[in-house]
Design a protein around this ligand. Structure first.
Ligand code: 3PG
Length: 207
């Protein structure tokens, strides 16, 4: 099911500081042609933001990001998130997600973490912080010994319009994610038209 969420190979990670930005940003993403977004639990309004999107944009697939513990995961499920993401691999959180039958994408950066994710039943992992840790070189290196397991990657951290193509051109990459489409700065400036333009450019690049 998770794999069907990323038809444009993109996952914008969005951090909201003001609840009034949630609907204009969601609208900007949709105008650009995107139907998936991750709302990070880095601010206290994340759950409320997810509920708002679910209510006003029922066709938008909303994930909850930066889920660092089982309590946050439970709140995200309650708010109506369709999937969860974390920067790291936390066995307890993966266990809670499995209990709740909640699609969950843990973060990994090493071969050992990747093996742990496989052992815990994950077939989709976030690679974070990707660009800083070797970028596509790292992904190619991990692909060699593990592609046959069926694992797929969502690289995040340092991805932008100039390097996006390198990532999404790799078969093992299901989607590339990050803040470049709707950064906190852009949202703060109410740059909703630029967000739509960023979506359009990103979709053109990954096509
Ligand atoms: C994440 O949540 O994965 C990162 O914050 C995304 O990193 P970026 O801001 O460099 O895109």
């Amino acid at each position: 099911m998770l794999t069907s969420f990323f038809k444009h190979k993109l996952m914008p990670a969005i951090t909201f500081h003001n609840i009034e930005d949630v609907l204009p940003v969601t609208n900007a993403l949709q105008e650009g042609g995107l139907d998936v977004m991750e709302i990070t639990f880095r601010t206290g309004i994340a759950a409320k933001a997810i509920e708002l999107v679910r209510k006003n944009f029922p066709e938008m697939i909303v994930g909850a990001g930066t889920l660092l513990n089982s309590e946050q995961l439970a709140i995200a499920v309650q708010a109506g998130a369709s999937f969860g993401v974390a920067p790291g691999l936390n066995e307890k959180v993966i266990g809670t997600a499995a209990e709740k039958n909640f699609p969950f994408i843990p973060g990994i950066i090493t071969a050992s973490e990747l093996e742990k994710a496989l052992t815990l039943g994950c077939r989709l992992v976030k690679i974070f912080p990707c660009n800083l840790s070797g970028g596509i070189g790292l992904i190619r290196a991990l692909q060699s010994p593990y592609a046959h397991t069926g694992i797929q990657f969502i690289p995040m951290g340092g991805i932008n319009l100039s390097n996006l193509h390198e990532y999404t051109a790799l078969n093992i990459v299901l989607a590339a994610g990050g803040s470049w489409i709707a950064s906190e700065e852009l949202i703060g400036q109410k740059g909703f038209d630029i967000i739509t333009e960023n979506v359009r450019c990103s979709i053109a690049i990954t096509r």
